[in-house]
Design a protein around this ligand. Structure first.
Ligand code: TRP
Ligand code: ZN
Length: 436
């Protein structure tokens, strides 16, 4: 096997996710799915730019059988070891050149265990005749080969073929749907940068409910419900336009071409902010969690963490905004709500959201102490400056990635070092600080 660039990007929790030496620009994922057997026959093409001279490079792919790999149409050698797929093109790639890799593969996708998500299997899930993907952080590689880290975002086109009668959905804007010889093929396009963990496919007996553009020139909105869903489910989702309006007022225009929710026909116990099409379980949908996944479209999806240890930048911010929406929606006093969160954090001795262990990636420190961190900042500096900071934080990194230090830089820019010290105590001190 030839020497390759780094078999990982050095993430502090997932050092072997992603790969060095190139930059993915566009994915085309073409899946032919037999949902009854839970098998796929797939072709993924990855347009990428070499950032160095490359004799070989790696992709991340877990399980499945790889049949062939080509680079710019020419046969390429490949090797597999764990989730590393090493590819050696017929001739070396020059730094700066663009190249297209096609991977033909098939099999039964197996979800994986991710140490950061002890509460769920990751990636491609087959359950009760339904297929869905839930990949944050590492599961995308269970269904397509990729540079599997949020620092390498790309545009996507996802094509799914299923037996006629079933409905497939995916992240992005639906651009075509055709039925021929008993099979339905649908194509979705994501023209804005997307992290691999936010790409998703869903297959089942769903009904698509089109609501059209949210407002003139706004995102297309559509939801997918189980075909026999009770009316209360559509009713629960009808809060979505209010949620988007609430978030646009605080963060700026919705970042993508489409938004909506897909509800599974079985309990999930979690929701996930897949880009433009969040997944929910039927028992848990309500204004708070709908607002939470919607808020991630700005904070998490458009602005993503540059390292998985920065996860409070997703979850703390989304939680803060969802608590705010919930209070407004139910006519509760938001400051009282945050005072209760503070009392709970103190009583439970919830530690800081930075310096966590991997199994606490999606734990209370990250969500609730993360949210309270933002509230403490707001109490110290006042609403106007707080919202300027929030908006600047979003604007500066929209379509890319960020981290805590960049956020602290913005806090410093608008307020001076006192407020930075306050935020740092919330993020790093073992004990829960008092609210200002
Ligand atoms: N980001 C999800 C949220 O909205 C939580 C989450 C993380 C998750 N990884 C997941 C949910 C994997 C389902 C599967 O808070
Ligand atoms: Zn979240």
């Amino acid at each position: 096997m030839p020497p390759t660039e780094a078999e990982g990007l050095g993430d502090s929790f997932y050092p072997f996710l992603g790969n060095g030496g190139y930059d993915a620009v566009h994915y085309e994922i073409d899946l032919d799915v037999d949902p009854a057997a839970n098998t796929i026959s797939a072709l993924t093409s990855i347009t990428a730019q070499a950032t160095k001279d490359l004799e070989a490079f790696n992709l991340d792919l877990s399980g499945l059988e790889v049949h062939s790999v080509t680079v710019d149409g020419a046969h390429a050698e490949f090797w597999r070891s764990g989730h590393e797929l090493t590819v050696q093109p017929a001739s070396p790639l020059a730094a700066g050149s663009q190249f297209e890799t096609e991977v033909a593969y098939s099999g039964s996708p197996e979800p994986l265990d991710d140490p950061g998500v002890p509460f769920a299997k990751m990636g491609w899930i087959h359950r009760d005749g339904v297929v869905y993907t839930a990949s944050e952080p590492s599961g995308a590689m269970t269904w397509f080969p990729a540079n599997n880290h949020p620092t390498d975002k790309a545009t996507f086109e996802i094509q799914v073929t299923v037996p006629e009668g079933l409905v497939a959905a995916a992240t992005g804007l639906l651009i075509s749907e055709t039925t021929e010889s008993g099979e339905t093929t649908s194509v979705w396009r994501m023209d804005d940068p997307m992290a691999t963990y936010l790409a998703a496919v869903y297959i089942g007996d769903f009904e698509r409910i089109d609501h059209g553009p949210l407002y003139d020139g706004g995102p297309i909105t559509r939801d997918y419900l189980p075909r026999d869903a009770p009316a209360e489910m559509a009713q629960a989702l009808s809060v979505t336009p209010d949620v988007i309006a609430f978030l646009e007022e605080r963060l700026g225009p919705y970042p993508f071409d489409a938004y909506g929710t897909i509800v599974m026909p079985f309990p999930l116990g979690f929701a996930l902010e897949n880009q433009t099409l969040s997944i929910h379980g039927p028992a848990t949908i309500g204004p708070g969690i709908i607002a939470h996944e919607a808020a991630h479209q700005w904070l998490g999806n458009s602005v993503s963490p540059d390292d998985w240890s920065e996860i409070w930048m997703n979850e703390g911010f989304a939680t803060y905004l969802h608590l705010m929406f919930e209070a407004e929606h139910f006519g509760a006093d938001f400051n009282d709500a945050m005072t209760q969160v503070h009392a709970w954090l103190s009583a439970e001795g919830i530690g800081p959201p930075r310096g966590i262990e991997i199994q606490d990636l999606f734990g209370a420190s990250v969500y609730y102490r993360g949210a309270a961190t933002l509230h403490a900042l707001r109490l110290r500096i006042g609403d106007d400056t707080f919202y300027e900071i929030l908006r600047t934080h979003y604007d500066r990194s929209a379509g890319g990635t960020t981290n805590t230090d960049e956020f602290l830089g913005i806090v410093e820019e608008f307020t001076g070092s006192d407020a930075v010290a306050l935020v740092e105590s919330w993020l790093y001190d073992e004990t829960v600080p008092a609210f200002p």
